[in-house]
Design a protein around this ligand. Structure first.
Ligand code: MG
Length: 290
């Protein structure tokens, strides 16, 4: 029986290679470009849909990781600056790098809530892995999921060991967060947590925490949600698609360890996959939520 989630004639194709550890994919519709991070290579790369070429967008970028389209530019996480920053026309400005007086750990991934707020995860990977940032200490003593809007930083989830990827359900009533504590063996988790969100704006709270799914092999790093609410997650052996009830609907083999993924392309039905040294793509039979 053929898959209903993958286009009938689709196959995983490698679009680019030569990175060290690929992360943070983002489709830029106006430019028709897929932008991503080579974290240890300390550079931002781009693949151009016009001719299939790839290039260095910027180098010496302070170890960027996940990113999202926001307002008229791109918001992205920087391990090196321990910040969430905004990039537009090659200009970079820091949006947030402190929680009170404490520096953030090393923001990893960011998602835009429908109300325009930025939600991001803050595990310590950029301060404990010398090739992914600068050595440092955890100053506020946790690894939180934060909401940031109008200059105000609010911790929403404070009890996940290593929050990493994050995404909202189509109606934004559910927050999904991957937990990668098993990756460096500083915890047992390789799962995706789901939370029900109650309230609005800076008073939002995350309740009813449940373990949506354990992801094996490896860990679920970056995640994305499609228009029907399915969760597309990275793993060591490829991409897995999980229903909102936690059922595994699909497994897509990828030749390298997958770090993150995003929907993109002109119809938003192509899945771009950052996997170790390479960027891959497969055409799906659905569309991305963002
Ligand atoms: Mg990540």
């Amino acid at each position: 029986m053929g898959s209903t989630l993958i286009a009938a004639d689709a196959a995983v194709e490698r679009l680019a290679t030569g990175a060290t550890w690929s992360e943070g994919p983002l489709w830029l519709p106006a430019e028709r470009v897929l932008r991503w991070s080579d974290i240890p290579g300390d550079r931002i790369l781009e693949w151009d849909a016009a001719d299939g070429s790839s290039r260095v967008h910027r180098a010496g970028v302070e170890f960027t990781n996940g990113r999202a389209r926001w307002r008229d530019g791109v918001v992205q996480c920087s391990h090196g600056r321990r910040a969430v920053e905004f990039e537009k026309d090659g200009e970079v400005s820091i949006l947030v790098d402190r929680f009170g007086d404490a520096r953030l750990n090393s923001p990893n991934d960011v998602a835009v809530h429908p109300d325009g707020a930025l939600w991001f995860t803050d595990p310590p990977y950029g301060i404990v892995q010398p090739n992914e940032g600068h050595p440092g200490v955890q100053e506020y003593g946790g690894c939180y999921v934060f909401r940031w809007a109008d200059g105000e930083l609010t911790p929403v989830v404070t009890d996940i060991l290593r929050p990493n990827g994050l995404a909202f359900s189509p109606d934004a009533s559910t927050l999904y967060v991957s937990d990668t504590s098993a990756a460096l063996e500083d915890g047992p988790e390789h799962c995706i947590w789901a939370f029900r969100l109650v309230g609005h704006g800076a008073t939002v709270v995350a309740v009813d925490q449940r373990r949506l799914a354990e992801i094996s092999p490896g860990v679920p790093d970056g995640i994305a949600v499609d228009v029907d609410g399915r969760i597309w997650t990275s793993s060591a052996s490829g991409v897995q698609v999980i229903s909102p009830d936690g059922e595994v609907l699909e497994r897509i083999a990828v030749p390298e360890v997958v770090g993150n993924l995003c929907f993109g392309g002109d119809e938003n039905d192509e899945l771009f996959i950052t996997a170790s040294t390479s960027l891959y793509r497969i055409r799906t039979a659905t569309r991305g939520l963002v």
